[in-house]
Design a protein around this ligand. Structure first.
Ligand code: ZN
Length: 265
């Protein structure tokens, strides 16, 4: 079955990982902005170089293993350089590029080492939601690991204030505590299956039983910093089959939903 992983960080995965993903049926990915920065200073130029690498090099690298690479650009709350305004100003230029399909990942993160000031983070989030509204771009929210309900409530309020179309929004790293709230608001739920989160394919299949299958995504968030699994999506698809989801339901979740939400060719 053809599958899409709609939240990865491709720059941190090897060519062999990409080959395994393709072998397991992944034909496309959306790679989002996250610069592995612990113990490193970052500047606006770091992120602009990263956008260049994602759009020019990683798209090519994916193609070598028959994976279509789409890109999300953003100021990730964990990657806020002192001169972040320069990055904000450059985002519209990238949004216009063919392979850029989203603004993400954006959000609030209390553990940010580059910008612990949540008021500043909120300002930056508002600026990016304004762009999403102006350019009609899908957005992907990062939800912090603890207290998900509190963060998601703040997100939904900010989305309403910015008048962003809820169907273009993914609230990612969601768990069972927030799925109903997100669906009721009209946004999409992203479930991140990742060893670091302790969320296994079996757990995802359980959460999916109570989900609107037209508005949910499964992703790996595979990165270089935290224990991750580039095969999270195919493993979850297999687990869905094991517990009795139909082929149509599985295809809806792992293929049709990302194609629709990110308007993929
Ligand atoms: Zn991520």
């Amino acid at each position: 079955m053809q599958m899409i992983d709609p939240h990865i960080h491709i720059d941190s995965r090897t060519r062999e990982d990409l080959a395994s993903m393709a072998t397991a049926g992944i034909t496309a990915v959306v790679t989002l902005t996250y610069y592995p920065h612990l113990h490193l200073p970052i500047t606006s130029q770091t992120l602009l170089d990263y956008f260049e690498r994602a759009t020019k090099f990683e798209t090519w690298r994916g193609k070598q293993e028959l994976i279509d690479v789409y890109v999300g650009v953003a100021l990730n709350p964990v990657n806020i350089p002192p001169d972040y305004e320069r990055v904000l100003a450059a985002i519209p230029k990238y949004i216009a590029e063919e392979r850029v399909v989203a603004i993400g990942e954006i959000g609030l993160e209390p553990g940010s080492q580059t910008c612990p000031d949540l008021t500043r983070q909120k300002e930056i989030l508002r600026a990016q939601l304004k762009m999403a509204k102006e350019y009609g771009m899908p957005v992907v929210f990062h939800t912090p690991h603890l207290d998900k309900e509190t963060w998601v409530e703040q997100y939904l309020e900010l989305i309403a204030q910015a008048k962003v179309e809820p169907s273009k929004v993914v609230i990612d790293h969601a768990d069972a505590s927030v799925t109903k709230k997100v669906f009721d608001f009209g946004c999409n739920v992203g479930i991140t299956v990742q060893p670091w989160r302790g969320l296994r394919p079996q757990d995802a299949a359980k959460i999916l039983k109570d989900c609107d299958l037209n508005s949910v995504l499964i992703d790996s968030d595979c990165n270089i910093t935290l224990p991750s699994d580039p095969l999270s999506v195919p493993k979850t698809a297999l687990e869905m089959k094991r517990v009795g989801f139909s082929e149509d339901d599985i295809k809806q979740v792992v293929f049709k939903n990302p194609v629709r939400i990110f308007n993929l060719a």
